[in-house]
Ligand binder design. Structure first.
Ligand code: MG
Length: 171
């Protein structure tokens, strides 16, 4: 059965994104657009916000639009030190022509340090605002690295994001 031939059928697509950045002293730690008070931060060409990078990739993936590196190459000097909400807004703009609307977002952060439990709610609220979604459609989870591997040794922070997007067969 072709769902798109049914009147008012809704088409759904899922997308996933994953990103990792190295932790080092002398850099700010920004996760989901929220500045976190910590002795180290993430190193990258832009502000190295792993949450917004993984979220941008998940949105592009759901819509079949490639990845963040296609749209914003890290060799391009104009993205040096860029606030990563620029990449997220760019991805959201790319979804508009296809009439895609975001249904929900599920974020998992992987960090041994700092403890992210106390900042999960702030990240969740900021993501909801950036995405113009109610807070109950955005979820943020935090895991440690169980003291093994690059996450567990505190060398890096990673983030995985899954999104669901939908569009109606009728404009
Ligand atoms: Mg990145």
């Amino acid at each position: 059965m072709n769902l798109m031939s049914s009147p008012n059928a809704i088409e759904y697509r899922v997308g996933s994104g994953h990103d990792t950045h190295r932790l080092a002293a002398g850099y700010p730690l920004i996760l989901g657009g929220v500045r976190i008070d910590f002795s180290k931060g993430l190193v990258g060409h832009s502000d190295a916000d792993v949450v917004l990078h993984a979220l941008t990739d998940a949105l592009l993936g759901a819509a079949g639009l490639g990845d963040i590196g296609d749209a914003y190459p890290d060799t391009d000097p104009q993205w040096k030190g860029a606030t990563s909400s620029i990449f997220l807004n760019g991805a959201l703009d790319l979804l508009n022509p296809g009439r895609w609307k975001l249904v929900n977002v599920d974020v998992t952060l992987f960090a041994q340090e700092p403890k992210l439990g106390p900042v999960k709610a702030a990240i969740r609220e900021n993501l909801a605002q950036l995405l113009s979604l109610p807070v109950d459609r955005v979820n943020v989870k935090a895991k440690t690295g169980e003291r093994v591997g690059h996450i567990g040794r505190g060398e890096a922070i990673s983030c995985s994001v899954i999104v669901l997007i939908q569009r109606s067969s009728e404009p």
